[in-house]
Write a protein of this length. Structure first.
Length: 105
Protein backbone atom coordinates (compact mmCIF):
# COMPACT_ATOMS: atom_id res chain seq x y z
CA UNK A 1 0.00 0.00 0.00
CA UNK A 2 1.79 3.09 -1.13
CA UNK A 3 -0.95 5.73 -1.14
CA UNK A 4 -3.48 4.31 1.36
CA UNK A 5 -7.24 4.26 1.25
CA UNK A 6 -9.70 7.09 0.77
CA UNK A 7 -13.34 7.74 1.66
CA UNK A 8 -15.30 10.83 0.63
CA UNK A 9 -18.29 12.18 2.54
CA UNK A 10 -20.68 14.76 1.11
CA UNK A 11 -22.63 17.18 3.32
CA UNK A 12 -26.03 17.85 1.75
CA UNK A 13 -28.13 20.58 3.34
CA UNK A 14 -28.53 24.33 3.65
CA UNK A 15 -25.79 25.79 5.83
CA UNK A 16 -23.84 22.53 6.24
CA UNK A 17 -20.12 23.31 6.45
CA UNK A 18 -16.87 21.52 7.21
CA UNK A 19 -13.50 23.01 8.11
CA UNK A 20 -10.20 21.49 9.23
CA UNK A 21 -8.01 22.99 11.95
CA UNK A 22 -4.99 20.75 12.51
CA UNK A 23 -6.39 17.34 13.48
CA UNK A 24 -9.79 18.71 14.50
CA UNK A 25 -12.69 18.56 12.08
CA UNK A 26 -15.35 21.23 12.66
CA UNK A 27 -18.80 20.45 11.28
CA UNK A 28 -21.86 22.70 11.09
CA UNK A 29 -24.75 20.30 10.51
CA UNK A 30 -27.82 22.36 11.31
CA UNK A 31 -27.68 21.95 15.08
CA UNK A 32 -27.58 24.92 17.47
CA UNK A 33 -23.85 24.28 17.97
CA UNK A 34 -20.89 23.24 15.84
CA UNK A 35 -19.46 19.74 16.24
CA UNK A 36 -15.73 19.38 16.87
CA UNK A 37 -14.34 15.93 16.08
CA UNK A 38 -10.74 15.03 17.00
CA UNK A 39 -9.38 12.68 14.35
CA UNK A 40 -6.89 9.89 15.15
CA UNK A 41 -3.27 10.47 14.14
CA UNK A 42 -3.47 7.76 11.43
CA UNK A 43 -6.37 9.49 9.64
CA UNK A 44 -5.92 12.69 7.67
CA UNK A 45 -8.82 14.74 6.39
CA UNK A 46 -9.35 17.58 3.96
CA UNK A 47 -12.50 19.67 3.65
CA UNK A 48 -13.29 21.11 0.23
CA UNK A 49 -16.04 23.69 -0.22
CA UNK A 50 -16.75 24.96 -3.73
CA UNK A 51 -19.29 27.65 -4.43
CA UNK A 52 -22.60 26.18 -5.57
CA UNK A 53 -21.64 22.62 -4.56
CA UNK A 54 -21.96 20.57 -1.41
CA UNK A 55 -18.94 20.45 0.94
CA UNK A 56 -16.87 17.26 0.63
CA UNK A 57 -14.76 15.78 3.42
CA UNK A 58 -12.02 13.43 2.18
CA UNK A 59 -10.59 10.97 4.71
CA UNK A 60 -7.36 9.09 3.96
CA UNK A 61 -5.57 6.43 5.97
CA UNK A 62 -3.59 3.24 5.64
CA UNK A 63 -5.75 1.46 8.28
CA UNK A 64 -8.94 0.34 6.52
CA UNK A 65 -10.83 -0.53 9.71
CA UNK A 66 -10.07 2.78 11.43
CA UNK A 67 -10.93 4.73 8.28
CA UNK A 68 -14.36 3.07 8.06
CA UNK A 69 -14.97 3.64 11.76
CA UNK A 70 -14.19 7.37 11.53
CA UNK A 71 -16.33 7.73 8.38
CA UNK A 72 -19.23 5.94 10.09
CA UNK A 73 -18.90 8.21 13.13
CA UNK A 74 -19.08 11.34 10.97
CA UNK A 75 -22.06 9.93 9.06
CA UNK A 76 -23.89 9.06 12.28
CA UNK A 77 -23.84 12.73 13.34
CA UNK A 78 -26.51 13.52 10.74
CA UNK A 79 -27.89 10.53 8.83
CA UNK A 80 -29.54 11.10 5.47
CA UNK A 81 -33.27 11.53 5.82
CA UNK A 82 -35.45 9.91 3.13
CA UNK A 83 -37.77 12.83 2.30
CA UNK A 84 -35.42 15.64 1.25
CA UNK A 85 -32.14 13.70 1.15
CA UNK A 86 -30.38 16.04 3.61
CA UNK A 87 -27.53 14.77 5.76
CA UNK A 88 -24.05 13.28 5.52
CA UNK A 89 -23.61 10.65 2.82
CA UNK A 90 -20.81 8.91 0.99
CA UNK A 91 -20.04 10.32 -2.46
CA UNK A 92 -21.93 8.26 -5.03
CA UNK A 93 -24.27 6.68 -2.48
CA UNK A 94 -27.82 6.10 -3.69
CA UNK A 95 -30.47 7.22 -1.21
CA UNK A 96 -33.93 5.71 -1.36
CA UNK A 97 -36.35 8.63 -1.40
CA UNK A 98 -39.88 8.50 -0.03
CA UNK A 99 -42.92 10.36 -1.34
CA UNK A 100 -44.29 12.94 1.07
CA UNK A 101 -47.88 13.47 2.05
CA UNK A 102 -50.24 14.04 -0.84
CA UNK A 103 -53.17 16.40 -0.49
CA UNK A 104 -56.46 14.53 -0.41
CA UNK A 105 -59.72 15.80 -1.84
Amino acid sequence: MSNGLEKKLELVGVGYKATMAGTILELALGYSHNIFLALPAEVTATAITEKGKNPIVTLTSIDKQLLGQVAAKIRSLRKVEPYKGKGVRFVGEQIRRKAGKTASK
